[in-house]
Design a protein around this ligand. Structure first.
Ligand SMILES: [Zn+2]
Length: 399
C-alpha cells in the first residue's frame, strides 16, 4: 500500500498526464496486467500497427505509428510484466511534436488489459486504484462476547464473533466467594487471551489497516486493552476506545457512529498537531523552528532536522536545465518549467525534473529526518503555505 508520500507523487504524475492533450486521436494508453504474456501484447501491437497504417491524416498516422513503435521497443526489454502489471502512456505531443513516453508500474495490481488511442490519456483505472479506501478494525468486547469487524470506506463487515465461558455474577452453590472470584478471574484471563489472539490475527492479516476502534459497555474493554492481550503492532493502531451498549454485530455500527468525528479528521488531526508543535516553537522563539527552502535544506544537510513540514500545495520542481544555444546549465527550484537562459534569453531544455516534495523527502531520508506532507485544507496547513512558504522544519537541536 502507498504511504502519503508515494500517494502524493502518484497523484502528481497522474495530474501531469491529465494535462497532456493530443491534436488528434494519437495518444496511446496501454494497460498490461501481470499475467498477460508479452508475446501476446506484441502480437496485438503489430495488429494495431497495421491497422493504423490506414489512418488518413498523414501527421496523425505518423504520430500513432511512432508511438506504437516506441512501446514495442520498450516492451522488448521485458520477459514478463512486473508483479503489478504496467501501463504505457505514449504519444507525440506539441509543436514540433515531441515523444512523451511514460511507463508506470502501478502501486497495486491492475487486472485489465486495454489498448486505447485517443486525444488524451486514459487514466481512470489508475485513478480508481488510489482512491482512498481506508480500512479500520473494529473490536467489541465484554466478559460475555467479542465481535471483530472492519470498516472499509463506509461499509461495515463482521469478521468474527466469539463467546466466553466466564461465569456470570452469581456463584453456584457450594463454592466459597473467594474461590468463585478466583475462578472467574482465571476464566476472564483465558477469555481475553482467546479474544486477543483472534483479533491480533485478523488485524495483522488485513492490508491497509489504518487504525483500530475498541468498544463495549463498562470497564472490560479497557482492562482488555491495558492487559497484554493484543499483539503490540495491533495495540499501536488503536485510535480510540468508545462506550457502546452492545458487543455483537449491532455494536459494530454503534462504535462507528461513536467514532465518526475522529475518523473523518484523522489525517487532518495529525497534520494539525505537527503544525501546532512548529508554531509553538516559533512563538517561544526557541530556535528550533525554521522555514524556507534554503534554511531547511542546510539544516537537513547538517543532520539537525527532526521533522520537515512541507505543503502538498507547492507546485515547484527541482530542475536541471541547459541552454540549447550556449550550453549554460542550471540546477534550481522553479515554479515554471518554461525557463529562459539568463545569458541569451532563449528557452532552456529541461534535463531532469523532480517534484519539490520528492526532493525534500530524499534529503530527509538521507539525514534521518521525518517528513510530513501537510494538506492545505486545515487552517494550519494554510499558514504553512502562506506564511512560511510551504516548507518548514522542527530541529533536533539549535545550530
Ligand atoms: Zn544560453
Amino acid at each position: 500500500m502507498l504511504d502519503k508520500r508515494q500517494k502524493y507523487l502518484f497523484k502528481k504524475k497522474l495530474d501531469e498526464l491529465r494535462k497532456i492533450k493530443g491534436q488528434h486521436t494519437e495518444l496511446i494508453s496501454l494497460y498490461i496486467p501481470p499475467n498477460r504474456r508479452i508475446s501476446d501484447v506484441m502480437a496485438h501491437l503489430r495488429d494495431e500497427y497495421s491497422q493504423s497504417s490506414n489512418i488518413k491524416s498523414k501527421q496523425t498516422r505518423k504520430n500513432v505509428l511512432a508511438a506504437i513503435e516506441s512501446i514495442m521497443a520498450r516492451l522488448r526489454y521485458f520477459k514478463q510484466p512486473p508483479p503489478n502489471g504496467m501501463v504505457f502512456f505514449v504519444g507525440m505531443v506539441g509543436e514540433p511534436p515531441k515523444l512523451v513516453a511514460e511507463v508506470i508500474e502501478p502501486p497495486m495490481p491492475i487486472n485489465i488489459y486495454l489498448y486505447r488511442c485517443d486525444s488524451q490519456f486514459y487514466l481512470e483505472p489508475l485513478e480508481k486504484l488510489i482512491e482512498e479506501k481506508d480500512v479500520y478494525g473494529l473490536l467489541l468486547i465484554d466478559r460475555r462476547e467479542c465481535t471483530i469487524g472492519f470498516l472499509t470506506g463506509s461499509r461495515i463487515e463482521m469478521a468474527a464473533y466469539l463467546t466466553s465461558r466466564v461465569p456470570g455474577k452469581h456463584k453456584k452453590g457450594g463454592q466459597s466467594q473467594r474461590r468463585f472470584e478466583r475462578l472467574t478471574e482465571i476464566a476472564a484471563h483465558e477469555w481475553f487471551v482467546k479474544a486477543g489472539e483472534k483479533a491480533s490475527k485478523l488485524f495483522l492479516e488485513k492490508e491497509n489497516l489504518k487504525g483500530i476502534l475498541v468498544g463495549g459497555p463498562g470497564a472490560t474493554k479497557r482492562e482488555f486493552v491495558n492487559g497484554n492481550y493484543l499483539d503490540y503492532r495491533v495495540k499501536k493502531k488503536i485510535i480510540g476506545i468508545y462506550d457502546t451498549g452492545y458487543t455483537d454485530e449491532f455494536g459494530l455500527r454503534e462504535i462507528v457512529n461513536a467514532a465518526a468525528n475522529d475518523l473523518e479528521e484523522l489525517d487532518v488531526i495529525k497534520d494539525r498537531r505537527m503544525m501546532q508543535r512548529f508554531l509553538n516553537e516559533v512563538r517561544k522563539d526557541s530556535g528550533l523552528a525554521i522555514y524556507g527552502e534554503e534554511e531547511v535544506k542546510k539544516a537537513l544537510e547538517a543532520g539537525a532536522v527532526e521533522v520537515v513540514l512541507i505543503s502538498d500545495a507547492l507546485e515547484k520542481y527541482k530542475v536541471k536545465a541547459r541552454c540549447k544555444n550556449c550550453g549554460y546549465e542550471v540546477k534550481e527550484i522553479v515554479e515554471k518549467l518554461d525557463m529562459k537562459c539568463p545569458k541569451c534569453n532563449v528557452p532552456m531544455e529541461i534535463l531532469e525534473k523532480k517534484d519539490i516534495v520528492e526532493e525534500y523527502a530524499e534529503l530527509a531520508e538521507n539525514s534521518g529526518a521525518e517528513i510530513e506532507i501537510i494538506g492545505r485544507e486545515s487552517e494550519e496547513g494554510e499558514i504553512l503555505y502562506k506564511a512560511f512558504g510551504g516548507i518548514a522544519a522542527i530541529l533536533r537541536y539549535k545550530w
